[in-house]
Write a protein that binds this ligand. Structure first.
Ligand code: PMP
Length: 395
């Protein structure tokens, strides 16, 4: 049996292969991934043995897309992906890593179903639409207290962290650590007083900077921003909480305990997605880990915010102390709303014509948004700033 394809053996050869002309992709998610990861994934579709840690596996000539999720080869992929979540993302070893389906949205429901305790409220910090969706699901299961919110200012900032007495004795405290729509971010995970479990939706900045995950009891993230393709959700949960599910009518598939028994293999997982996530984590490690990511993400975001702060035409939406390094949101200034909508659409179209795609703000907020996840290149931000400055000059 011989493979009919030329496989790539080094990161350098992958890099060469991946260098091709593409638009700059500012999409909020599914989002840009490292070009070399596309090559690695293409290789593994052709021959499962292409990932370096599988080179010594028996030659079968099969693709990763056609092997059993219970095969030793796939088992080693899940195991390696899990290990990299600990070593690269900093998930503590006290936590179980799970790769689930249903997106972050399913976690909005699984969290209260599993961690909600009878006769105890659950507490939420409301920083925008994703928090609100999580709150709606929690309300189906019991009492919810919103202990902080930035709704009065249109979610343009992170609200002050609530006093301990506001969430004492609750089942858990939930917060969204990066708000993809408004471009606000907690620069690290806050510390919770007492033993109330902290639950975080870190979908849109996990992997972008070091985060103190020791403070987190349960974290979840849809993979489709910094970690891989859509269809995989990373969940990490403190092992002592896994069996906490107090409701015996919760379907088995919705219990963390079910998925933890044979990690991520209770039912058929997104095998391809988990493998791509593994490649992305290997790439992050190769780039200097989370410290390397934080340095490059910080530089990219600073570049764009500095321009926005100096511009007479555009202005950043998020308040300076709450600004996200991943999602930068801005508006066109000084116009009545209808005129602004038309001018924004004209700007976005002009940008697209120049090869900058995905700049349209979320439909709930309008305006513009540049999502600059880990894989987004610094030169793309320079090019966008140059384009915007010229647009402003000639507007
Ligand atoms: N939380 C955050 C912070 C998000 O940005 C998103 C999606 N953009 C979601 C939750 C919902 O994720 P999913 O579509 O994977 O359910």
């Amino acid at each position: 049996m011989s493979t009919r394809y030329q496989l790539h053996t080094t990161w350098a050869s992958l890099e060469r292969m991946a260098t091709r002309s593409k638009p700059y992709n500012f999409s909020a998610g599914p989002a840009i991934l490292p070009p070399v990861v596309f090559e690695r994934a293409a290789d593994a579709i052709r021959d499962l043995r292409s990932p370096p840690h599988l080179r010594d596996a028996p030659r079968t000539g099969l693709s990763v897309l056609e092997i059993s999720h219970r095969s030793p080869s796939f088992g080693s992929i899940v195991h390696r992906a899990e290990t990299l979540c600990h070593t690269v993302l900093g998930v503590p070893t006290t936590h179980q890593v799970l790769f689930l389906q249903g997106g972050a949205s399913l976690q909005f429901a699984m969290v209260p179903l599993n961690l909600g305790q009878p006769d105890h409220a659950s507490c939420y910090i409301d920083t925008g639409i994703w928090s609100k969706k999580a709150i709606v699901e929690a309300k189906l299961q019991g009492e919810v207290h919103v202990v902080a919110t930035s709704t009065p200012s249109g979610y343009d900032r992170i609200p002050p962290f609530p006093a301990a007495r506001t969430y004492a004795n609750s089942s858990y405290l939930h917060l969204t650590t990066n708000n993809t729509i408004y471009g606000t971010e907690y620069s690290d995970i806050p510390t919770v007083d007492g033993d109330v479990p902290l639950v975080v939706d870190c979908s849109s900045h996990i992997g972008s900077r070091p985060l103190n995950l020791d403070n987190v009891a349960l974290g979840y993230a849809g993979a489709q921003k910094n970690l891989g393709p859509s269809g995989v959700t990373l969940v990490f949960v403190r092992k002592d909480l896994i069996d906490r599910c107090a409701h015996d009518r919760v379907p088995h598939i919705l219990r963390y305990a079910t998925h933890a028994k044979q990690p991520s293999l209770y039912n058929t997982p997104n095998t391809f997605g988990i493998m791509v996530l593994m490649f992305v984590l290997e790439w992050i490690e190769q780039q200097g880990g989370l410290t390397g990511m934080a340095a490059s993400n910080g530089a990219k975001a600073t570049r764009l915010y500095e321009y926005l702060d100096s511009s007479q035409l555009f202005s950043a939406y998020a308040q300076p102390e709450s600004r996200s390094q991943m999602n930068v949101v801005w508006n066109l200034d000084g116009m009545a709303s209808q005129e602004r909508t038309t001018a924004t659409a004209r700007f976005i179209q002009a940008a697209e014509n120049e090869g900058f795609v995905g700049l349209k703000g979320h439909r709930s907020l309008g305006g513009c948004r540049a999502s600059m996840y880990n894989a987004f290149p610094a030169e793309g931000v320079d090019a966008l700033v140059a384009f915007m400055a010229e647009y402003e000059r000639t507007a």
